[in-house]
Write a protein that binds this ligand. Structure first.
Ligand code: GDP
Ligand code: ZN
Length: 320
């Protein structure tokens, strides 16, 4: 557009967009099929209390465009969910990692690295806390075909399905199950979480070739349990979905929780919680505890109960 036609342009019109990435000062905002670099208005930073970042990836924003590819973010629209954590540094500030999440993909592999049910349980608890859907993905099933690992896939699939979760057994390598996964991501904002090395980047590339995430070697890194991924931008899929990789999975969705808030995050415990003798029962040693009784009868599993105890201990030590 040349300078002399600019005067005839209509005034800037308010529009809505989706924040897909944030640099130090500006946001990358997806509007239709364009991505514009826009600056948030200063007023957005006023009076936010404990929230460190008033705009996060996943936020829907109202913008004014200057007609020349630039413009401002006027307002952050109300969020229906958010994934937060305590920000590093002084004071207990809340850092919103992703806004408006619809679901989490809890990605594990059956081997290399081995399936870790306690970590899965922990992330599921985080999803329950944030009220976002969860899909359990067991990747690398090609490694186990026809042998013991294959039985383990079936075992864990049944185990989590019984709790009511959707479980997909997939292979980024052979493409098995990738089409179903692709469909599950349509029109939703999904966070991929899981340890380094389980195949998150490979799955993304299998879903949509060229999604251009560096696929790391299975190195020693997963053995040490480190997680190195720190991406925080939304990737757009051809089916209208968006995905994001999350940094920090150990306390995924678990922030500022009191011990008594832990049990309801384990879906199968819920029906028992009102039946304990003591209202403030933590289901560890208390007499006439309905949870312990159900556990003894075999109506609850030891594995999930152990995951509960692990999370409870963290809450008691103020680690959540
Ligand atoms: P991320 O850290 O979770 O993103 O994991 P990557 O996608 O970087 O994958 C880690 C390693 O596992 C790479 O060497 C991949 O080639 C390998 N890998 C990923 N998916 C599969 C799979 O389905 N089967 C097999 N055999 N290897 C896989
Ligand atoms: Zn109890």
């Amino acid at each position: 557009m040349s300078a002399d036609t600019a005067a005839h342009q209509p005034p800037p019109s308010p529009e809505e967009g989706l924040v897909i990435r944030i640099d130090s000062k500006r946001c990358h905002v997806e509007i239709g099929d364009k991505v514009l670099l826009l600056s948030p208005r200063g007023k957005l930073f006023a009076g936010k209390g404990r929230i460190k970042n008033p705009i996060a990836v996943g936020d829907r924003v109202r913008v004014t465009l200057d007609g020349e590819g630039g413009g401002s973010i006027e307002e952050v629209l109300p969020r229906h969910s958010r994934l937060a954590r305590a920000s590093a540094g002084e004071g207990k500030m809340l850092q919103v990692l992703v806004a408006n999440l619809d679901q989490a993909l809890v990605v594990s592999s059956i081997e290399e690295p081995e399936f870790r049910p306690h970590l899965v349980d922990r992330i599921l608890a985080g999803c329950e806390h944030e009220d976002i859907g969860a899909i359990i993905v067991i990747n690398k099933v090609d490694l186990g075909q026809g042998c013991l690992a294959d039985e383990r896939v079936q075992k864990w699939k049944t185990f989590y399905e019984k709790l009511g979760y959707e479980v997909l057994a997939v292979s980024a390598e052979t493409g098995l199950g990738v089409d179903v996964l692709h469909d599950d991501l349509a029109d939703k904002l999904t966070v991929f979480c899981g340890l380094s090395g389980v195949g998150k980047s490979s799955l993304l590339n299998a879903i949509q070739p060229g999604l251009a995430l560096a696929v790391g070697e299975v190195s020693e890194k997963w053995k040490e349990g480190r997680h190195t991924t720190t991406h925080s931008s939304l990737l757009r899929l051809d089916n209208g979905g968006h995905v994001v990789d999350t940094p920090g999975i150990r306390n995924f969705g678990l922030f500022g929780l009191e011990p008594r808030e832990i049990a309801p995050l384990f879906v199968e415990l819920r029906p028992y919680l009102s039946q304990c003798r003591f209202q403030d029962c933590l289901h560890t040693h208390e007499p006439r505890c309905a949870v312990k009784q159900a556990l003894e009868k075999g109506d609850l599993t030891q594995q999930r109960y152990d995951s509960y105890l692990e999370l409870l201990a963290d809450a008691e030590k103020g680690r959540l």
